[in-house]
Design a binder for this molecule. Structure first.
Ligand SMILES: NC(=O)c1ccc[n+]([C@@H]2O[C@H](COP(=O)([O-])OP(=O)(O)OC[C@H]3O[C@@H](n4cnc5c(N)ncnc54)[C@H](O)[C@@H]3O)[C@@H](O)[C@H]2O)c1
Length: 422
């Protein structure tokens, strides 16, 4: 057996099962597959040491395989203590020879110890999902920032944190906001989070959504997806928002819109997906009816006030995998899914491969661009170049066998002119 790379994982014995599942995901990721072949031939990441802090799923496995094929020396650690698939981690180490430090259910100490291992490798590039890695590097090892050429960020919350760092003058190298590019955000956040959040709710409860009231807090890119998928299964949707445009959009989509203070008494299922904190608080928990189900699809476990839930409860017990029932003093039971962490990754498998194909093709192409051409500025939050976005959409359409029209010469002239009117 060849020597194994440095690792800290739950059980190497799960490697064979993990490999089968990684191969299954690979079938759903044709664009990334094409890029992996291209990377193997062109080696755009030769000489780069990459610290990747991502959800350790089968789709991520195919991304890190692509980076390695491109010549990168990659270390993968988890971006959430509960999202690691232990068989995937085992396969990456045992079957693909890649360095992984991640264990499902790891505590905060292990979580940051693993991030530190990736930083000990003295990365020249970072790939982050939620900004914990970048934050750790800047906070604990500021001297290392000068060594980093650039990084990428996968999710909305991470981009929000990076922009705050930039405003404070604290961000010391360029980070590309992969999340914000249309070929990522319009598909991954919406269709990916939409479907996989419902998947997590159903796997952990086996609930019939038809005829239920689902309260979706936050009608952003993710919230729109969750609301439309839940409606598709026959649920009545209530949206809570703080942004008047988003609230109006939800209303005109035909959803009910109200403050959480009112929604609390109506909901059978509550899904927070705001990227903000303390969305469901003690006063809301007090108003909920017996059996109400609570879950979160936003990046951090701060959207449901877990301390308030624990304080109000007189007892608690696990009722199904990833579902915990809290009994209130008045006898009501509230059920929390996946410990209030990302329900789609904690209680299901995260986004399906077909949508991660696009997000991770964006990631791979951005990393190659940064490595071969160099970042456009010395520090700050950087947009994905439009060429990359269009290429990913074109390749995805081609993989789906979908052709589109092309502008005729006459149409191009018409669109470029201003003298043709009524
Ligand atoms: N579960 C996943 O796999 C997954 C995938 C992508 C993004 N995310 C995370 O989901 C969260 C949302 O991402 P997004 O792309 O939809 O962001 P977004 O900015 O498009 O949407 C967030 C919405 O929440 C609203 N909001 C903020 N505070 C609120 C409050 N107090 N009450 C009600 N609404 C409030 C905002 O007005 C906004 O419309 C982020 O944390 C992001 O990182 C999770």
């Amino acid at each position: 057996m060849p020597e194994l790379p440095p690792h800290d994982i739950a059980d190497l014995g799960l490697a064979a099962r993990g490999r089968t599942r990684i191969e299954w995901a690979e079938h759903g990721m044709p664009v990334l597959g094409l890029l992996r072949e291209r990377f193997a031939a062109e080696r755009p990441l030769e000489g780069q040491t990459v610290a990747a802090c991502l959800h350790v799923t089968t789709e991520t496995a195919n991304l890190v395989r692509t980076l390695a094929a491109g010549g990168a020396d990659v270390t993968l650690v988890a971006s959430n203590p509960l999202s690691t698939q232990d068989d995937t981690a085992a396969a990456l180490v045992g079957e693909y020879g890649l360095s992984v430090h991640a264990v499902r259910g790891e505590d905060a100490e292990a979580y940051y110890r693993h991030i530190d291992v990736a930083l000990d490798r003295r990365p020249t590039m970072t790939m982050d999902d939620g900004c914990d890695l970048v934050n750790r590097l800047h906070g604990e090892r500021p001297g290392q920032a000068a060594r980093v050429l650039a990084g990428t960020e996968e999710t909305t919350t991470g981009v929000i944190r990076l922009r705050a760092m930039e405003r404070a003058g604290a961000l010391r190298y360029p980070v590309v906001a992969v999340n914000d590019t249309p070929s990522k955000r319009l598909f991954d956040n919406r269709f990916g989070t939409g479907q996989s959040t419902i998947d997590g709710i159903i796997r952990s409860t086996n609930l019939l959504l038809a005829g239920r009231t689902v309260v979706v807090a936050g009608f952003g890119f993710c919230g729109r997806g969750v609301a439309s998928r839940a409606r598709g299964l026959g649920a009545e949707i209530v949206v809570t928002e703080v942004d008047p445009i988003r609230a109006l959009e939800a209303r005109m989509e035909g959803y009910r819109v109200m403050p959480m203070a009112d929604a609390a008494a109506h909901g059978d299922v509550f899904v927070t997906v705001t990227g903000n904190t303390s969305i469901i608080r003690g006063e809301h928990l007090e108003a909920m009816h017996d059996g109400a189900i609570l879950c979160n699809a936003g990046h951090f476990d701060v959207e449901i006030d877990l301390a308030a839930l624990e304080k109000l409860a007189v007892s608690r017990r696990g009722v199904r995998p990833d579902a915990e029932e809290f009994r209130m003093a008045d006898g009501r039971r509230l059920v929390l899914l996946a410990q209030g962490r990302l329900v789609n990754l904690g209680a299901a498998e995260g986004h399906p491969a077909a949508v991660m194909d696009m997000s991770f093709a964006d990631q791979a192409l951005v990393m190659a661009w940064l490595s071969t051409e160099g970042p456009p500025r010395a520090a700050g939050v950087v947009d994905v170049p439009p060429g990359i976005d269009a290429e990913v959409a074109r390749l995805k359409l081609a993989s789906m066998g979908t052709a589109i029209d092309v502008l005729t010469e006459e149409q191009e002239t018409y669109l470029g002119s201003y003298d043709l009117g009524t």
